[in-house]
Ligand binder design. Structure first.
Ligand SMILES: [Zn+2]
Length: 427
């Protein structure tokens, strides 16, 4: 199992210089290799693989006196830059052929100094101990938190460091260690049989209904909105600074720190919510949100970006797996919001502004998100998900709802025309 451990580095000036030098070398290697690939692509309609580039580089660095500085940095950082480019070119081709999900990717671009993130990856001997991490060439660097937990796992033979990626974010350097771990996955969840259906929302991050009928809500950290005014003021102030001036540089740093702070508050909130859900419930049922599609809708984009739906789903996926549970996603076209959790009738339309679900068939009145979460819960209970392996997509086999004592006047489920049509569509 691959996991990542991320630590902020407490750099001395010489560590800082080393990191900058490596990041610069990594960028240079990327640009150098990209130029080579472009050259060949123009002539022969093909480029070099990562291995080819490494070989070319090894001859060039000795032959060209202008490259004599290469030895100041670990040789890994060049090699890893070539590997990155290799992957980017591969992704570009996959995207072009329609074999890759998500947005269409363009041809890889040259990296400009000061634009984009400074980063480099190192392989080879990476160690950690106490409050330090030891990187090839850079040596021992202090970390802001203890690396003891990971060191203990490595000493016990349960983990192995594969690589270290060093990145700069808002004037601070971070190291992210990619670790292969032997994490014993429990045979069964500590609370077997527990299920929760969750609806991800804008106002409330998570609205869940569990098998005991409890409604659980997690308010979003709303970090971006809270910091938005400060951010807006800081960015307006930044725009007034003369390009190239010292003040502009300082205000850019201030802006970056604000962004970094908001991002870490957000990540913290997401981690807490997902750990709680994965710990308490064996099965978590969520809808399959088309996050990329929703982010195109401008009005929703900020709120969704803020809450990080995609991140939340990814975290739920691995955290449930670690605990012997599972994440089940309802099919993209399963109308969890439009379906009545009382009788199974499906509305043709439900505006996003309608916060309360009112059913014309059975008279059920429920909070919109609670109604959706309840539908997702029933989806798991209907047994439809047993058709799928872990983290599979669920389509309702029968839209049968048998909610015990929900609202008065609830007719038996699965009897409406809409539910039957849904069944036909699923088969
Ligand atoms: Zn109804």
């Amino acid at each position: 199992m691959k996991t990542a451990f991320r630590y902020a580095l407490d750099c001395r000036p010489r560590d800082e210089r080393g990191c900058r030098s490596h990041a610069g070398a990594s960028r240079f290697a990327w640009n150098w290799a990209l130029a080579k690939c472009k050259e060949r692509y123009a002539a022969e309609r093909k480029w070099y693989s990562g291995v080819d580039l490494h070989r070319l580089w090894n001859t060039a660095k000795k032959a060209d006196p202008a490259l004599a500085w290469w030895g100041e940095n670990s040789k890994c950082c060049y090699q890893e830059a070539f590997r990155n480019l290799d992957r980017s070119l591969g992704d570009f081709i996959k995207s072009k052929k329609g074999l890759r999900k998500g947005k269409k990717l363009g041809f890889p671009k040259f990296k400009k100094r000061g634009k984009g993130k400074d980063s480099f990856r190192l392989t080879g001997t990476v160690r950690c101990e106490g409050n330090t991490v030891t990187l090839p060439r850079l040596g021992v660097i202090a970390t802001c938190e203890s690396t003891g937990k990971l060191a203990g796992r490595i000493a016990g033979g349960r983990a192995r460091i594969l690589s270290a990626t060093v990145t700069r974010s808002a004037q601070r350097w971070f190291v992210s260690l990619t670790v292969e771990e032997d994490r014993p996955v429990p045979e069964r969840h500590a609370r077997p049989g527990t299920v929760i259906g969750i609806d991800l929302g804008i106002k409330t991050l998570v609205t869940g209904v569990d098998d005991a009928g409890r409604v659980i809500t997690v308010p979003g950290p709303r970090a971006l909105r809270a910091g938005l005014r400060r951010l807006r003021r800081a960015s307006r102030a930044h725009a007034r600074k003369r390009p190239g001036s010292g003040r502009r540089r300082r205000s850019a740093a201030r802006l970056a720190r604000l962004h970094a702070r908001i991002a870490s508050i957000r990540a913290d909130g997401l981690h807490k919510a997902t750990s709680m859900l994965a710990g308490r419930y064996q099965t978590v049922v969520a809808e399959d949100l088309n996050v990329a599609g929703m982010a195109r809708n401008r009005r929703l984009a900020r709120a969704i970006g803020d809450q990080g739906f995609g991140t939340l789903r990814r975290m739920l996926g691995y955290k449930t797996a670690w605990r012997g549970g599972r994440l089940v996603t309802a099919g993209r076209f399963y109308p969890s919001s439009k379906t009545c959790s009382g009788c199974g009738a499906v509305k043709a339309k439900l505006a996003l502004s309608e916060r309360t679900y009112t059913c014309e068939h059975c008279g059920l009145v429920a909070d919109r998100d609670v109604n959706a979460a309840r539908n997702l819960l029933f989806l798991a209970a209907s047994g439809a998900e047993s058709l799928n392996a872990r983290e599979g997509t669920v389509r309702p086999r029968t839209a049968r709802h048998a909610p015990p004592n929900l609202e008065p006047g609830t007719p038996p489920g699965g009897k409406t025309g809409t539910a039957a049509r849904q069944q036909a569509a699923a088969t």
